[in-house]
Design a protein around this ligand. Structure first.
Ligand code: THU
Length: 160
């Protein structure tokens, strides 16, 4: 028996102005996407922007439904849009922002577990990590170099 250490490394920025100009541009796109969220039930809007290797920027926002589990997160809307419109195109960056009409979201909002699982398959298939950058509406921004770093001991096709 031995203990192993599982850790993730991230960079924490005080606010969006500390990001590179490309990352700020992508965050602005994610904000644009966030404004198109359909979130009448949770009042929590999420926007995601994916930068692909071919330069395309694919946007997604959460889309809710009266039958709650039938709704979908912004990240999966964006990744499936990218997968269906640009199959096989590598993802370079995923940028996420969230806001709420109930209270100011001032903490970074990372992708949920189901989104991490879905996103991980894209990173595995492209054999290259993509950056994940996320924030709330204001305040600190987190940047990680790889999606899989956010999902230790993940499940993948090698188990099947
Ligand atoms: N949501 C996302 O869009 N992405 C996440 O990673 C977390 C949660 C959405 C789903 C739902 O519409 C709302 O936020 C509240 O959970």
């Amino acid at each position: 028996m031995k203990e192993i250490k599982v850790s993730a490394t991230a960079t924490l920025f005080n606010d969006v102005s500390e990001l590179s100009s490309e990352d700020q541009m992508l965050m602005n796109k994610a904000v644009e996407a966030r404004k198109k969220a359909y979130a009448p039930y949770s009042k929590f809007s999420v926007g995601a922007a994916l930068l692909l290797e071919n330069g395309e920027i694919v946007l997604g926002s959460n889309q809710e439904n009266a039958a709650y589990p039938s709704g979908m997160c912004a990240e999966r809307v964006a990744i499936w849009k990218a997968g269906s419109e640009f199959p096989g195109e590598k993802i370079k960056k995923l940028v996420i922002t969230a806001s709420s009409t109930i209270s100011k979201v001032d903490k970074p909002v990372g992708p949920c577990g189901a989104c991490r699982q879905t996103l991980s398959e894209f990173e595995i298939n492209q054999k290259e990590p993509f950056e994940v950058i996320f924030m709330g509406e204001v305040g600190e921004v987190v940047k990680t170099a790889s999606l899989l770093s956010l999902l230790p001991f993940s499940f993948d096709s090698s188990y099947l």
